[in-house]
Design a protein around this ligand. Structure first.
Ligand code: 4NP
Length: 154
């Protein structure tokens, strides 16, 4: 029996990169007509309850996707059994996820760009303190990952 994939994207604040990854995969799965559960969270708690950064909302909107309704939340221990896959946007967050994983964790943990051929081991760079071009680069990275995930789960 195969389980329906349930994918959690994790960055630091859950207001820039992981909401964009969530939006990109949601759109890609709808286009492909496949059913995947998708969520995002942060390892930090500074932005719990907040909408995505306005620059992330604008970047998604430029690509036809509305992420303005998302709200920041922090990763919880239960997430490690609730999701089949947890993808960290960079190594720091992956390390933090391994450190907080409970003993009964069942989710597969990986770096997001490991799913994109030729980009294994790379981080989706944090655009928070950067320019709008940083958000455009984030979008390219998470879109490539979303396409690879759709191919994997189709
Ligand atoms: P994210 O970006 O991890 O891609 O959501 C950040 C958002 C907020 C902060 C850092 C990164 N912060 O330090 O508040």
């Amino acid at each position: 029996m195969s389980t329906k994939p349930a994918i959690l994207f994790v960055c630091l604040g859950n207001i820039c990169r992981s909401p964009l990854a969530e939006g990109a995969l949601r759109a890609a799965t709808i286009r492909a007509g496949i059913e995947v559960e998708i969520d995002s969270a942060g390892t930090g708690d500074w932005h719990v309850g907040n909408p995505p950064d306005p620059r992330a909302i604008a970047t998604a909107r430029d690509n036809g996707i509305d992420i303005s309704g998302l709200r920041g939340r922090q990763v919880s221990p239960r997430n490690f059994t609730r999701f089949t896959h947890i993808f960290a946007l960079d190594e720091d967050n992956l390390r933090n996820l391994y450190a907080m994983a409970p003993d009964d964790a069942t989710a597969e943990l990986a770096l997001l760009l490991d799913v994109v051929p030729g980009f294994e081991g790379r981080a989706v760079a944090d655009p928070y303190y950067g320019s709008d071009e940083g958000f455009a680069q984030t979008w390219r990275d998470v879109s490539a990952a979303a396409d690879a995930l759709v191919a994997r789960f189709s």
